[in-house]
Design a binder for this molecule. Structure first.
Ligand code: FPP
Length: 255
């Protein structure tokens, strides 16, 4: 059954729905979902339990973003550095997209959500990739919220690869070095079809970027909370958006 709150978008104005005002809603929100392990440990549970509850928070926040009128939601689900974790934890994390999509794909489709992913697809287990590819294919014509999973994603590797591809084209005579500019470089990144994030949220009290969208976040507004990701709520999401709406973005210029 469709969650009635999820379905509220378009039927009630954001104000009526007690959501942030429709104006100046960030178009693209990116989230570093941190603190799953600590959330679980604080409850005497194994780390896996934290990741599993983190998956449920993904659903909540996807709904919240959709209702708030956000167009793109990028979630940092697994970094190129997360392979350093114990194999059992990596295996568990790799099962989550499959489980999430088995539970939610139908509802995502009903709600016009378009699923995408960014990151290195090689090294991903076939069941992870196949679940995502199926979701991407089935939602490719949807025109609502874009739910973008950053999976096996690392920003430095992404930029090095972009530089290598540009250098290769230049050496082959297909590209004049004078034509290399920010736009061309950004076009070689995984995020080439997305606008830069307007707002970055990081949970769990850590104040760092952890190799996430380093180029794309150059002028994003940053918002941090001490709350661990599994405990993240729609109210906190709204708080982040309201705070964003209070900020003056100058992009290096003057207001
Ligand atoms: C960081 O918390 C979180 C991760 C490495 C994994 C994030 C994944 C999810 C929230 C679920 C993803 C769901 C889908 C559907 C893809 P941590 O484990 O580093 O926490 P800690 O710092 O407290 O140990």
């Amino acid at each position: 059954m469709i969650d009635r709150f999820w379905s509220r978008r378009g039927k009630t104005s954001p104000q009526e729905a007690d959501l942030p005002a429709g104006e100046n809603v960030p178009q693209h929100v990116a989230i570093i979902m941190d603190g799953n392990g600590r959330w679980a440990q604080n409850r005497g549970l194994p780390r896996f339990a934290g990741h599993h509850s983190g998956m449920k928070a993904v659903k909540k926040v996807t709904m919240a973003a959709d209702r708030a009128g956000v167009k793109y939601l990028t979630l940092y689900a697994f970094s190129t550095e997360n392979w350093k974790r114990p194999k059992s934890e990596v295996d568990f994390l790799m099962r989550l997209p499959q489980e999430f999509l088995a539970l939610e794909l139908e509802e995502l489709i009903e709600n016009n959500v378009q699923v995408r992913m960014m990151g290195y697809q090689e090294n991903l287990p076939s069941y992870t990739l196949e679940a995502l590819e199926e979701a991407i294919e089935k939602t490719k014509d949807n025109t609502g919220l874009v739910l973008n999973f950053a999976l096996n994603y690392g920003s430095r590797a992404e930029m090095v690869d972009a530089v290598r591809a540009i250098a290769t084209d230049a050496v082959a005579g297909q590209l004049n070095p004078d034509d290399i500019d920010e736009r061309l470089f950004a076009g070689r990144l995984f995020s080439s079809e997305l606008p830069d994030p307007d707002l970055l949220i990081r949970t769990s009290g850590e104040l760092r970027l952890s190799n996430f969208m380093l180029w794309q976040l150059a002028y994003s507004e940053l918002w941090f909370t001490d709350v661990y990701w599994p405990a993240f709520t729609e109210e906190l999401f709204q708080e982040a958006i309201t705070e964003y709406q209070r900020r003056a973005r100058r992009f290096g210029g003057l207001t």
